[in-house]
Design a protein around this ligand. Sequence first.
Ligand code: SF4
Length: 325
Amino acid sequence: MNSHSDVVRTLSASIGPGEPLHRYSDYLKRRFGGKTYRVSVDAGFTCPVRETGRPCTYCDVRGSRAPYLGSANSLHEQIKGGMSFLQKRYRAEKFLLYFQAFSNTHSSVPTLRRIYDTGLSCSQFVGLIVATRPDCLDEPRAALLAEYRSRGLDVWVELGLQSANDATLRRIRRGHSVAEFGRATRLLQGFNILTAAHVILGLPGEGAREVIQTARYLSELGVNGVKFHNLIITQGTELYREYRAGRVSPPTTAEHRELLISSLENLSPEAVVMRLTCDPPRDIQFVPEEQPDKAAFYRDLIDEMNRRNTWQGRSLDNSRRHAVP
Ligand code: SF4
């Protein structure tokens, strides 16, 4: 097992012609030395913006969970089922526990501690990953998360940003600003917690200029990872109404690839690229109907970046890169 910093230094140094991406799978392999996967759980958290009744315009409000999901028993079952699936399908050997659904710091510190402890007690995990919103993090919550580092776990917090453009955040009703995202990221960095940002490419009013701005902002801030999502407009959302009124249209797969390349060229090679597309909903209508096959999209992206002789961070001035600690 190599340290996080050593792995990032080695992998980022290899980015260049023919090796255009700092891939999450390579990072995990070097970091933990075995087939390492994330076990996703829904611990029954909610989201403060959904609670207002005016969720983000792209949020599918029918995605609420059954009430039983908050129980310890449910967590145990989810973890057992998730690990068994990953072992059978990918021969997974090591696991990170991933609190994925909604805002996983949106509760009191004692409740959070109980839920994280319950999940972690279900197996021998190598890491804890918590997804949340920037406005659901303060010092006591960051301090709680940092405690798990002293238990030998890697601790990551995934923060939703979507865009580093305040006008876009207002338009999609995110309910937080770019500055709040920066504050939460720096708070976590102060506790030596690894950070990842969620970004959506192709948001209303955004093109190459805005996604480049977002990638540069994240590079300067020194986030450790980025998850890219293509914009999917789901029936029932405010954005779907805008789509039906002809005011917005989601990017095609080819347009998403273009935005992604622009973004990657302006993203620090030290940042791990954790995903390139999102998983479309299974039981709700959405646009665009044609969704990229993940593996084919990945191959196509790599081929295109190699054909253009470009790579992650190629357009980034060194002064915009946050040094690996
Ligand atoms: S933060 Fe996430 S869950 Fe909350 S309203 Fe926005 S998209 Fe929905």
